[in-house]
Design a protein around this ligand. Sequence first.
Ligand SMILES: [Zn+2]
Length: 253
Amino acid sequence: MKKNLKKIAIVAMVAVAIAACKKNQETSTPEPQETVKNADKVLQHIKNLGFPESSIVDNGNEYIVEEDIIFPKNMEITTNGAGPKTEQYYTGSIVNSTNKLNIRVFVDPSMTSMSSEINNAIAQWNGVPGSTLRLNIVTSAPYDILIKDENLGSGVCGQGQFPSGGSAGALIKINKSYIAGNSFAQRARTICHEFGHCISFRHTNWAAQGESTATNVPGVTGTDALSLMNGGQCGSGATVLSQKDKDATAVLY
Ligand SMILES: [Zn+2]
């Protein structure tokens, strides 16, 4: 919490600094307003995905939905109604056919101590039969997904972003100290689960979790106790992708 407040304070200070710079110039285009406008668009986008207002938390530079999904306020919103309507349960917006072949993952120095867990998670997604989606670690920019440590408080293992504009969700936050006491398999599960959000998967158990209605992956429907994409199972959930998780991945990718 403190961290977030600090972040907000920094953002506010930067905004003031920008505004201060502008004051001495002739042009009075209020840049901050652009940011606000995009945040409104993002908020509308979240609602369009079917998330009720009550599930959306304003967290400074981002909105957090259902505890572990991040929507940056500066994310690019593209309206694309022509996508495939398939899902186990997904957002309806997937990584496009070019980007899915090489989704570049950059491991922040704060997460290198869990490189083995990250590699395990990546191997699971890359090993799905019938899917050409590939996550690859890169050691420098450019990259598509940044994975970093962040204190998310008690009860939240990690957070991930959904895809936008045909690109994978750009950020995964792992509550490293919180999951440090879990088994290797459970730590890898958390990371694998957040990668799942980055490639569009919703929680398979969204209904039981009281979450907003998710889109079905065509042909892969219903509940699945073995799904690694079940939510609310930090430290106790499935540690390998279930058959239905794999089927859904093959359908989408
Ligand atoms: Zn989740």
